[in-house]
Design a protein. Structure first.
Length: 117
């Protein structure tokens, strides 16, 4: 273990603590939702992840996995619901409504399985 150094501020000595370098990849929608959930509903786990410097990698992993699940589920759900390019050309408003419904259903599954656990 390296020697701890201090900086004097007035009458107090404050330890010189620094976090290790984190990757600069942006956290997406699902990662931010997971962060907000942890902060509001699981403050102990949130603090633990921050102190162990595992929060950022955890949020990146949740975001990546959620996007992969969405990309895998949506085409299967579209096929099961009969949402095709033909329907898009014939009745675009119905197609948009069905796509919005399917996306909301897929996101609800992702929220329950990844974000709110």
């Amino acid at each position: 273990m390296s020697k701890l150094t201090y900086t004097r501020c007035g009458d107090y000595y404050i330890p010189d603590l620094k976090l290790s370098e984190q990757p600069e990849a942006p956290i997406g929608k699902y990662g931010r939702m997971r962060q907000r959930y942890l902060k509001e509903h699981r403050p102990g786990l949130y603090s633990s992840l921050i102190l162990s410097e595992k929060l950022y990698p955890h949020l990146l992993e949740i975001d990546r996995e959620a996007r992969e699940r969405m990309d895998a589920m949506l085409p299967r759900m579209m096929e099961a619901a009969g949402v095709t390019e033909e329907l898009k050309a014939r009745d675009s408003m119905r197609w948009v409504g069905l796509m919005n419904t399917l996306k909301a259903q897929a996101e609800e599954v992702i929220f329950q399985e990844l974000i709110y656990t």
